[in-house]
Write a protein that binds this ligand. Structure first.
Ligand code: HEM
Length: 146
């Protein structure tokens, strides 16, 4: 149970985030720019510094929470880790894993859909079956050259 709570949730969140970054190249560019402006090597990337980056935070939390977002929502209704004594024990770890993975990913690699139009047309749905069954996403990966 602990391994499902700790890995399926985070890997699903990361898969969905990466799909939407690939589907929205401007968002990917903004995130990449924020990471590359703040770190000059992959080794320098650390969670303490990542916590101060607003765009990375918005990518993880959904953009709609940026102060200048045109979508007005009540943040109090947003509770992906639940509330109260049985809320998620791994919340901080999940943010750390997601922040470090995304930052290192965009710093080191250039990702794109192998077939952009097909992906956009098909969309991305996660099927809930106790653990999430995710569709496969063919992606082209190139190493970033300085
Ligand atoms: C994006 C990532 C994650 C999300 C969205 C998430 C979400 C949640 C939610 C909504 C609950 C409450 C479930 C309920 O009320 O039945 C929960 C519980 C829990 N989560 Fe997470 N979680 C995430 C990552 C993690 C990680 C990384 C760990 C551990 C390393 C973890 C460990 C747990 C545990 C042990 C519980 C049960 C707490 C209890 O019942 O006292 N979670 N999580």
């Amino acid at each position: 149970m602990y391994s499902v709570a700790g890995s399926d949730t985070t890997s699903t969140a990361l898969t969905v985030i990466i799909w939407h970054l690939l589907a929205n190249p401007k968002t990917m560019q903004k995130l990449t720019a924020e990471i590359c402006e703040n770190f000059n090597s992959a080794e320098a990337i650390n969670y303490q510094a990542l916590r101060a980056l607003p765009y990375l935070h918005a990518v993880i939390e959904e953009e709609r929470w940026l102060p200048n977002s045109s979508i007005k929502c009540d943040k109090a209704a947003f509770s992906p880790f639940s509330y109260g004594p049985r809320s998620c024990l791994g919340r901080n770890m999940a943010y750390m894993e997601m922040s470090l993975t995304l930052a290192l990913l965009v710093f080191r690699l250039k990702l794109s859909f192998a077939n952009h139009d097909n992906e956009i047309q098909a969309g991305f749905d996660v099927e809930d079956a106790f653990v999430a069954i995710k569709p496969s996403v063919p992606v082209t990966v190139k190493k970033v050259t300085a």
